[in-house]
Design a protein around this ligand. Structure first.
Ligand code: GDG
Length: 735
């Protein structure tokens, strides 16, 4: 649109310039004509006066001339007359005669024998003064000056400018309006209808066929119609194939298959996802609004599912332009460049964020569930906010499902443990699952929470509680056994409280592979070039800047490696992408400082000739950039001290279309149960990490391929589409 305005402005400028030039030329010719007429009139007048004046010359001119002057200056067009003798002195003249400033003109006229005409300004008036020589027998005896009013010439010119300018302004207005109407109704309208039709088609609405057929767009519309027809056919055959595969256990899970599965199993029952983190954040910097995908496993895992199935995702709107970009109900269709599902944003106050998110979720529950030796902080104020915000989420969901029968509700993670109970209280017909994305600790570890019973009570109203691994399921069921009066059924892995049954199941979360996690694009070294990394061996770490991810232990392992294998100094770099996380929590701020200091210390110890062993990037990278980094990393180093699953491990495997590269993986991650081809380590041991790095660097290509193949098969067999399908299937079986 901006370009259209610029073009219109240029066109208006050119038209105005042209119109001004026309006016200028008209003004010029009018002025010339009026001036020449005035000159002619002045000449005629001067000639007729000369005779009368010369008749009084012989009788000593003064008296006679003055009488003639008085007689003639009574006429309206003649403003004044003056007569000069041959020395240039005035003989007689009318009162207020406007003479030129330059009195030499009178002598010049007599010397050159040539009459001179001059415009003279007086106050608001302009006069034309003609000076002619006076002769007696061909001898100059003086000169005559005749002044006429010339103000009307300027007035005429002014009127022409005014009239033309008004006309020009009017033309510009009509022109601008025409352009606007043309652009808006013909181009914009047609193009946006075309875009809407294409978007609807892409979203799978095969009924839409509103490509505009105006003659202007006919050729384009024709081409688009053909492309959309092919797209529809391709989609239909993909859908038919997916339907056929639905019942074939061994066929791979894809977005298409999941869509067919959802259609077949859920019919038209919509899905509602609730999570703290939203999948798209809109932020405003210097009046420019941009969106980004926040770092974090929950978003990575659920985004492709929502893209495939549609539905509504309810989350905290944490961006400073989130409110502005959503409608008045906080709803916005996402992904922003290809809308497929609804994101409903909840706004939280500073106090709520502080208590519910920073406080209870991140300072109490997160360290409680992770064995990373950070003490949980339980504050009753935080607990109050946690309950309040959980109620806010539940209330928002209840409003969304008001008219939906038997809705499917998928609650995500430890931020919303109380939501299942709050929802079921008002809507017992809702099928509710909660998925716990982080580890579930041992009963003894969990027992230190002052609100353990309330948390378990909230979760146990769900129909299904999911974890990544069987171990976490075991820990959970034991914890419930220790804390809550209930009946445990180890046979079916379910818990009964009164008549309500909750099933506990492991669903090892994954990524969209085959799909967007794959390295489809040509590998690009752009990011590495920008970072100035040109080493033989690239070791990569990608994590949120979180103390559970073992980044300090990773650095220690690298230090040990460089000490024990000095031949690798200068040849190997650890690129650590550490996306900022939970910066409002003090522990995280302290941790960020420690990580920076440790990287600096190690770089100082080994760095030489511009080479640094650690490149620490404490900023957010896009998924595309991360895929390019995975594609060039000889080693992906994951040293989490405790991690529910760890999706980075799976992303690295998915990006390696070339089947090379080595994954070093902490044995304390959920992913270590799924990825058999990885080199497993205890990250607390710098020696073990160092030995694994050496093994990885020396590993023959064939061995790398053997391991990578095993891992890629495992991730593609159990990808996020299968995770979602199994999760939903398990939930539906409970009805
Ligand atoms: C929790 C559990 C579990 C990283 N930096 C950037 C970025 N990331 C992405 C990675 C990956 C995700 O964030 C991190 O996922 P993880 O699974 O490693 O870890 P958590 O965030 O702690 O997730 C975890 C997960 O939930 C799922 O259940 O696996 O155990 O702790 O996808 O690629 N993404 C973007 N920019 C970055 O700079 N956009």
């Amino acid at each position: 649109m901006k370009r259209v305005y610029i073009m219109a402005a240029i066109a208006i400028f050119i038209a105005s310039l042209f119109a001004s030039l026309l006016t200028l030329s008209q003004v010029h010719s009018v002025k010339t004509e009026l001036t020449s007429r005035l000159q002619v009139r002045s000449e005629t007048l001067a000639e007729s006066l000369t005779e009368s004046i010369m008749s009084s010359y012989n009788s000593g001119w003064t008296d006679g001339v003055q009488k003639i002057i008085n007689k003639f200056t009574r006429s309206e067009s003649l403003v004044g007359l003056s007569v000069f003798d041959n020395t240039g002195a005035m003989v007689a003249g009318s009162k207020d005669m406007p003479l030129p400033e330059d009195r030499n003109l009178i002598n010049t006229v007599m010397l050159t024998h040539q009459g001179i005409g001059e415009f003279v300004d007086r106050g608001n008036h302009t006069y034309y003064v003609l000076i002619r020589p006076l002769y007696v027998d061909d001898v100059i005896v003086g000169s005559l000056a005749v002044a006429q009013n010339a103000t009307y010439i300027d007035r005429n010119i002014r009127e022409i400018w005014q009239r033309d300018l008004v006309r020009l302004l009017f033309q510009i207005l009509i022109f601008a309006l025409t352009i606007l109407v043309l652009v808006r109704w013909i181009f914009f309208h047609s193009i946006s209808t075309m875009v809407e039709s294409l978007q609807a088609l892409r979203r799978g609405n095969s009924q839409i066929d509103t490509i505009p057929h105006s003659s202007f767009f006919k050729p384009l519309a024709g081409e688009i119609s053909k492309v959309t027809k092919s797209l529809r056919q391709a989609r239909q055959s993909a859908s038919d194939e997916a339907r056929m595969r639905l019942e074939m256990i061994d066929s791979p899970w894809t977005a298409e298959r999941l869509r067919e599965f959802i259609k077949a199993y859920l019919k038209d029952r919509p899905i509602f996802v609730l999570s703290n983190r939203e999948p798209y954040v809109h932020s405003k910097t210097k009046n420019k609004i941009e969106w980004s995908v926040p770092a974090g496993g929950v978003v990575t895992a659920l985004e492709p599912v929502m893209e495939a199935c549609g539905g509504t995702w309810i989350a905290h709107g944490s961006g400073n332009a989130d409110e502005e970009t959503a409608d008045k109900n906080g709803r916005i269709m996402v992904p922003p460049d290809e809308p497929k599902y609804t994101l409903k944003r909840i706004s939280l106050t500073e106090k709520e964020i502080e208590g519910y998110y920073a406080g209870f979720s991140n300072e109490a529950l997160w360290p409680l569930c992770h064995m990373a030796h950070t003490r949980p902080l339980f504050r009753s104020d935080d607990w109050v906010e946690y309950r309040k915000v959980n109620a806010k989420f539940a209330k928002t969901l209840l409003a969304e499902i008001r008219n939906v029968k038997r809705p499917i509700v998928l609650v995500q993670d430890f931020h919303l443990a109380l939501v299942p109970e709050m929802v079921k209280k008002s809507r017992p017909d809702a099928l509710v699952a909660i998925f716990w994305h982080i580890p579930w600790p041992s009963p003894a570890q969990f027992s230190i929470s002052p609100w353990r019973k309330e948390l378990l009570g909230g979760m146990l109203k769900a129909d299904l509680v999911g974890f990544h691994t069987q171990q976490y399921c075991n820990n959970f069921i034991e914890t419930v056994g220790n804390e809550i009066e209930s009946r445990l059924d180890y046979e079916q892995f379910s818990i009964f409280r009164g008549s309500h049954k909750t099933v506990i199941r492991p669903f090892p979360i994954s990524i969209s592979f085959p799909g967007s996690a794959e390295g489809h694009a040509e590998p690009s070294k752009k990011t590495l070039d920008e970072l100035g990394i040109h080493v033989e061996h690239l070791v990569l770490g990608v994590d949120r800047l979180d103390y559970t991810k073992g980044i300090l232990e990773r650095f220690k392992g690298l230090e040990f490696f460089l000490d024990s294998n000095p031949e690798y100094q200068g040849k190997l770099t650890l690129l650590q992408i550490a996306s900022p996380s939970r910066e409002m929590v003090e522990k995280y701020r302290e941790f960020a400082v420690l990580v920076t200091e440790e990287a600096e210390r190690i770089n100082k110890k080994f760095g030489v000739n511009g080479w640094r062993p650690i490149v620490l990037e404490k900023r957010n990278y896009s998924h595309e950039q991360l895929i390019h980094l995975y594609q060039f990393a000889n080693v992906c180093l994951i040293t989490s001290l405790h991690d529910g699953m760890n999706l980075v491990a799976k992303e690295y495997v998915a990006a390696r279309n070339d089947e090379s590269g080595v994954l070093i993986l902490s044995e304390f991650t959920g992913a270590s149960r799924d990825l058999n081809g990885a080199l497993l380590i205890n990250p607390y041991s710098a020696e073990e990490t160092s030995a694994a790095i050496l093994t990885a660097l020396m590993m023959p290509k064939t061995e790398q391929q053997r391991r990578m193949k095993i891992m890629r098969t495992s991730v593609s067999d159990y990808n996020i589409y299968r995770w979602s399908a199994e999760h939903i299937k398990a939930l539906l079986q409970l009805e």
